[in-house]
Design a binder for this molecule. Sequence first.
Ligand code: ATP
Length: 327
Amino acid sequence: MRTELDLELVALTKRYGETVAVDGIQHLFRGGTYACLLGPSGCGKSSTLRMIAGHEEVSDGAIVLAGQDISHLPPARRGTAMMFQNYALFPHLSVADNVAFSLKIKRVERETRRRRAMALLELVHMTDYAERLPAQLSGGQQQRVALARALITDPQVLLLDEPLSALDPFLRIRMRSELKKLQRELGITFVHVTHGQDEALALADEIVVMNDAVIEQAGPAREVFNSPRTEFVARFMGGHNVIALPRGHFAIRADQIAVTEAASGKLDGHVTGIEYQGTSVALTLMTAGDQELTAIIPEDRYFARPIQPGDGVGLNWDEDHLHALNA
Ligand SMILES: Nc1ncnc2c1ncn2[C@@H]1O[C@H](COP(=O)(O)OP(=O)(O)OP(=O)(O)O)[C@@H](O)[C@H]1O
């Protein structure tokens, strides 16, 4: 069932001269979802996001929000707002004036602007910094201001282009939980572009994996991770092996391969590398058919019967854990 706040991409296409950056993609983002557009550099994620925002012309197809074709509306009239990678704050304006900026453009009177800006600064826990300039803030604080600035227009959809990439790893993890919390509180749709699968898994209700200008797979985070449909998705999401068996290609999670005695497996092979990872040990294995696989086993099980590079092993799995791949 469609709801009023669904965002739909209909055969959406972007061409830059000869380059097809987005090739007729079709997708329905449910209202109130945290969606991550995930894919490698150059796959068309940012072009898709910029078309939704209205910062890039649509070459073909349409963008429909809440039943209205917004493909050709100016950015400010779409019901969307965008938060940029580098935050794009105005350096000469105070934090409060940065947040209030779009209301000033709309000629909202000063008192109301100020009140709304302060309410949003409160939402992102930045009230005490209202009079500072952006240069006097840390990266994480600038990001909060950029969020408040995007949200002041009351968007139905917030578009975030690699919002965490400028932060150090520690802050990135903290800010991602804040983003998730904020999205839950506001109940609006977030479409977040990232090339990090861990970021997408941590945040997304829905992951949309793009590759080479098309959507390879979309679905709940757990489903995309556990049941990749193509070799690309299996490799890109990580944590999986792609195995060629006589009946086709399959993905299987590295932690769902059991390493047993030599010559006791569905496949046989030998150990080529061992990496201690704290709670687990990653074994690199070469099968008799020259396929390189990774098996991750709990560290206590490994140390109960350690094996060494060169040792022969059998590889087993539960058939239910194999996922047939299309390509
Ligand atoms: N303004 C432009 N003019 C010409 N080609 C462009 C333009 N912007 C993007 N492209 C090309 O379109 C394709 C998709 O680019 P896009 O920026 O959408 O990818 P992306 O997945 O967001 O990549 P990244 O993660 O590196 O930002 C690439 O081949 C890129 O070179």
